[in-house]
Design a protein around this ligand. Structure first.
Ligand SMILES: Cc1cc2nc3c(=O)[nH]c(=O)nc-3n(C[C@H](O)[C@H](O)[C@H](O)COP(=O)(O)OP(=O)(O)OC[C@H]3O[C@@H](n4cnc5c(N)ncnc54)[C@H](O)[C@@H]3O)c2cc1C
Length: 494
């Protein structure tokens, strides 16, 4: 008798089905293929937009020079948000093997300082084990990703593009994962996974409901990464009984411009800590007051307060305000395509003089500060007082409110300008909880048979984050998940 959870017929089959062709998916696919498995990759994006956040990342991946120090550093970053020690150890051990693996598959690991991310928490014990590598000697420009993508293609691993996984097919009695229901051209495609499914479909950066539910205090947030990461792995995991972890952790917030015409955020040059703008620039919240040191370099969104690292404040709506000297000093958008979906994939051509963006309504202009306040819905008197206070701070050379030391430049002549800012992030860290074998587990710690995961979907990072750690973890858990998936006995064998 046909079991009710099985489709009438399978459209495709493979030993290992991998959901999501980013860094973790690539590492898992290469590993599983090289161990002799037949692998099928499902990718939601159309060909040319695959690669997820990995493709548009700064391209650095973590390698650690010493396993014990790495365990110490990771535990110190997690702080009160503790993780199981077998996980910390397996992470450190496998990240330590990243360079050997990249070399073994024909890559060229090169150590880089990976600016602007250094060792993010040098005061924490063990931090001196951190090394940041790229494939090849070019920084950014999808360089590391291109090598992984090429390695997958050389192995002739089949990738089904524009075929999002929608649901895991689970045996109603044994609870094993038997395959995936994907979708293509609006029709279901049933894909049998003889050994296992590996979820590598990224986070929930583009799922506003999950953002409101899981990220602390954020009414909305947008990403500078892939628009295709919509929390599908979280939803599919929940539907088959997975526990979740690290759902409230993310690489953010920062502040950026998000416009309806584009799917991801624009990072604005005046907010870069190293950018020197010639005029007055501050950021205010809905009460027209400043709420941060606008030029502070955060540690992936965390700032130090009262001796603790906490998320930067983002009281929405927030506004970047500046004078005409800033407006006329060159593009307000960093046009160098080193990383970020907008820069690498969509490549909006921001005008040199910012006039096109003014005309599009992305920038608001007014001859005076009170008129600007009215134009953006703020209290004119309050905004006037904030600008006056800022100008006084610049005159005295001391920002008593937020200790900003970079570009203490007063507002000069009008007209004046405002851009509404949104909270922005690189990526989320939460998802189905996995164990040291990369098996997805239920709330009682038991694994869901034949279901694995890797990458930022349920990453190991519970609180503070060391830059390059995500791709470093993709490679590590991509390999672990694939080794264990390939070691499974096919469920359809008798
Ligand atoms: C601008 C930027 C810079 C960064 N720089 C760095 C850096 O230098 N170093 C570092 O370590 N980290 C960096 N990060 C973070 C890092 O890029 C990601 O955390 C990491 O690449 C995630 O890899 P992944 O394989 O887990 O997911 P992704 O690379 O995001 O891949 C997920 C894939 O799954 C696909 N997908 C989604 N849903 C489905 C579905 N239902 N079915 C099938 N496919 C699906 C997506 O289209 C995507 O291709 C950066 C992030 C950004 C945005």
């Amino acid at each position: 008798m046909q079991q009710p959870w099985l489709p009438a017929k399978w459209d495709r089959e493979a030993d290992v089905v991998i959901v999501g062709f980013g860094g973790a998916g690539a590492a898992a696919a290469i590993t599983a293929h090289d161990l002799g498995a037949k692998v099928l990759l499902l990718e939601k994006a159309p060909e040319g937009e695959e690669g997820g956040n990995t493709r548009v990342a700064g391209q650095g991946y973590l390698y650690v020079s010493d396993v014990d120090k790495a365990v110490t550093y990771l535990n110190a970053m997690c702080g009160h948000f503790e993780i199981p020690q077998d996980m910390a150890r397996v992470w450190a051990h496998e990240v330590h093997r990243n360079n050997a693996w990249v070399s073994a598959i024909g890559g060229d690991p090169q150590e880089h300082q990976h600016p602007p991310v250094g060792i993010e928490f040098p005061d924490l014990p063990g931090s001196d084990c951190v090394r940041k590598y790229h494939n090849g000697d070019v920084l950014g420009y999808s360089q590391t990703w291109a090598f992984f993508e090429k390695s997958v293609k050389q192995r002739r691993v089949e990738v089904l593009y524009e075929t999002p996984a929608r649901e895991l097919i689970q045996d109603g009695i044994s609870r094993e994962i038997l395959g995936v229901r994907a979708e293509r051209d609006g029709k279901p495609v049933f894909i049998k996974a003889r050994k296992a499914v590996i979820l590598t479909c990224g986070g929930f950066e583009n799922n506003q409901e999950m953002i409101r539910n899981y990220l602390p205090g954020l009414p909305y947030c947008y990403t500078s990464g892939s628009p295709y990461n919509e929390g599908d792995g979280v939803r599919m995991g929940l539907m088959v009984g997975a526990d979740l972890w690290h759902m409230n952790n993310y690489a953010g917030p920062s502040m950026a411009l998000k416009v309806p015409e584009y799917r991801t955020t624009f990072s604005l040059t005046p907010l870069h800590f190293s950018h020197e703008q010639p005029g007055g620039m501050i950021v205010v919240g809905p009460d027209a007051s400043r709420f941060c040191n606008e030029k502070l370099k955060t540690m992936h969104g965390k700032i130090r307060k009262h001796g603790k690292w906490v998320p930067s404040p983002v009281p929405c709506p927030m506004f970047l305000l500046f004078d005409h000297a800033v407006f006329s000093s060159g593009p307000l958008y960093d046009k160098k395509p080193v990383s970020g979906w907008g820069r690498i994939i969509e490549r909006y051509d921001w005008s040199e003089d910012n006039v096109a963006e003014l005309e599009r309504g992305w920038i608001t202009r007014a001859p005076t500060i009170p008129e600007l306040a009215r134009g953006i819905g703020l209290d004119p008197a309050a905004l006037g007082a904030t600008v006056a206070r800022w100008n006084a701070s610049c005159a005295s050379g001391k920002d008593e409110d937020f200790a900003r030391t970079i570009m203490l430049t007063p507002f000069g002549r009008g007209p004046y300008y405002a851009i509404e800012l949104s909270p922005s992030m690189l990526n989320t860290q939460g998802g189905p909880r996995r164990n040291a074998k990369a098996q997805v587990v239920r709330p009682d710690d038991t694994p869901i048979p034949r279901l694995y995961s890797a990458g930022e979907l349920g990453s190991i990072y519970s609180y503070m984050y060391q830059g390059t750690g995500n791709i470093g973890e993709c490679l590590a858990f991509g390999r672990i998940s694939a080794r264990n998936a390939v070691a499974e006995t096919p469920w359809d064998k008798g």
